[in-house]
Ligand binder design. Structure first.
Ligand code: CAO
Length: 436
């Protein structure tokens, strides 16, 4: 049995460093390399490991004191019994009869902050200072966790005094990846047994910045996610010839402008959609909460997805079946202006029966819109362009508009889906049918 006096080893360029944590108490049994105290300078935290296995008999320092290389920290009584208890029988009993004074090698510094370093972006940002206070882990384990984007506050330590070992971090990652446990903070997002997406610290690959999502994006994101998970989507792609319709729109444009109205293809599409909804009532419906009935609606309120600087909103144009093109254009102008100014009220955002998302003013060929549940169908409009179309004798230049309809396959069958898009296309190709 011998008493080892443990002193602060070479800690690099630091003259005097504060003790921020004492990880052992008198009477504790430690193994070689178990951390004894944590020091923190303005640049780094470092833990001083035990050079021997044994029992702590005396602590001569306290939290808040400053120490330098060679300062006396504590005594360890090295005995065969203590060593056996601390490091398990198969581990070598190192330095049982060690010299009285030992200065162990310091553990590599754990960088806390550099003045010009960007904060890492992880699912939950990791603050190394907060980490130090909340749990015990060696700098190498902290670095290991940080590289993998693991927040150690969510990891259970299996070492002495709950100390977190690398194997604990690995076990925590395995549990999340295998779906045994949800990733921290993702419990609400990962229902239905869906394996969560692991949190990654992207700053390990390059510079990153984190921007909080806007309020609207957070709200719409929840609805889109719920719809995506709950609704078995099918998207039917189609296109229609709007040459005549667009000529008519252009013919009316000047007259409309005189009364302050901007005529775009969208209002004609709204009218054609409502006519098709009357032909196919399953598209103007919702499923009952128990999924056993379809609730068909005898009113035609069309939600219009509007792109605003704060995110996507879907105001509703009411009673589209009862309104003419001018009135609809006015409604559309009013709600999109209100949407962009953030002035829509709850009434203007509710009661929709079918939604249209028009990206036609921007571009694109086709896309798959997400059903705006509890509605059962949504139309996506893409940009019309002149294309050569075979008319039986020759190719003629026609203005063709691509569009798609995503629908809930529980409410609508595939054959009905394509009948619906064909009907919309027919109405748009020949607007006269709308008055039949
Ligand atoms: N093909 C070709 N041109 C089209 C078109 C189409 N399908 N749809 C619109 N255009 C033209 C319009 O005629 C207009 O041109 P002119 O000024 O020469 O007449 C121009 O594109 C711009 O139209 P607009 O977008 O201002 O008007 P709109 O009535 O078509 O749409 C609104 C209004 C509110 C739907 C639209 O501004 C908008 O916000 N769209 C984005 C919706 C969105 O983000 N959807 C995605 C949701 S999922 O993330």
């Amino acid at each position: 049995m011998a008493i080892t006096q443990v002193k602060v080893p070479d800690i690099g360029d630091f003259d005097s460093v504060e003790i921020i944590e004492i990880l052992v108490a008198e009477g504790d049994v430690v193994a070689i390399d178990d951390s004894l105290i944590t020091l923190e300078s303005d640049k780094a935290t470092m833990e001083i490991p035990s050079p021997v296995a044994g029992k702590i008999t005396k602590l001569v320092v306290a939290v808040g004191e400053s120490v330098a290389e060679g300062d006396y920290i504590l005594d360890i009584e090295v005995s065969g019994e203590a060593v056996a208890e601390a490091i398990k029988p198969q581990a070598p009993v190192a330095q049982a009869a060690a010299p009285v004074t030992v200065a162990p090698a310091p553990v590599a510094p754990d960088v806390v902050k550099q003045p010009d370093q960007k904060a890492p972006v992880a699912a939950k940002p990791i603050n190394p200072q907060a980490m130090s206070a909340a749990f015990h882990a060696s700098p190498s384990v902290r670095a290991f966790a940080r590289n993998l984007g693991v927040d150690l506050t969510h990891v259970e330590g299996s070492g002495p005094k709950g100390r977190i070992k690398q194997s604990d971090v690995e076990a925590a990652i395995k549990a999340v990846m295998s779906g045994q446990k949800p990733a921290p903070g993702q419990a609400a997002m990962s229902g239905s047994g869906i394996p969560p997406i692991p949190a990654i610290d992207f700053s390990q690959f390059g510079e990153t910045t984190a921007e909080e999502l806007g309020r609207i994006k957070k709200i719409s994101g929840k609805f889109l996610h719920a719809s995506w998970l709950n609704v078995p989507h099918v998207t039917q792609f189609d296109e229609c010839d709007i040459t005549e319709m667009d000529q008519f729109r252009k013919d009316q444009k000047a007259a409309a402008e005189k009364v302050g109205i901007k005529l775009t293809p969208l209002v004609f599409v709204m009218k054609a959609v409502v006519k098709a909804l009357q032909d196919f009532p399953s598209f103007n419906a919702s499923l009952s909460a128990d999924g056993q009935s379809i609730i068909k609606k005898h009113y035609y309120n069309i939600g219009i997805a509007v792109d605003t600087p704060n995110g996507l909103v879907v105001p509703v144009v009411k009673d589209v079946d009862k309104k003419g093109i001018y009135e609809l254009s006015r409604d559309l102008m009013e709600i999109s202006a209100k949407a962009r100014d953030g002035k829509l009220g709850p009434k203007e955002m509710s009661g929709g029966t079918f939604t249209i998302s028009s990206l036609g003013g921007i571009g694109g060929t086709q896309f798959t819109p997400i059903v705006n549940a509890p509605e059962v169908a949504i139309m996506g409009l893409s940009k019309a362009k002149i294309q050569p179309v075979w008319n039986g004798k020759e190719f003629a230049p026609r203005l063709m508009m691509p569009f798609s309809v995503s629908y809930d396959h529980r409410a609508v069958d595939g054959a009905e889906g394509v009948r619906f898009t064909t009907a919309v296309g027919n109405y748009l190709s020949d607007l006269r049918q709308l008055i039949l």
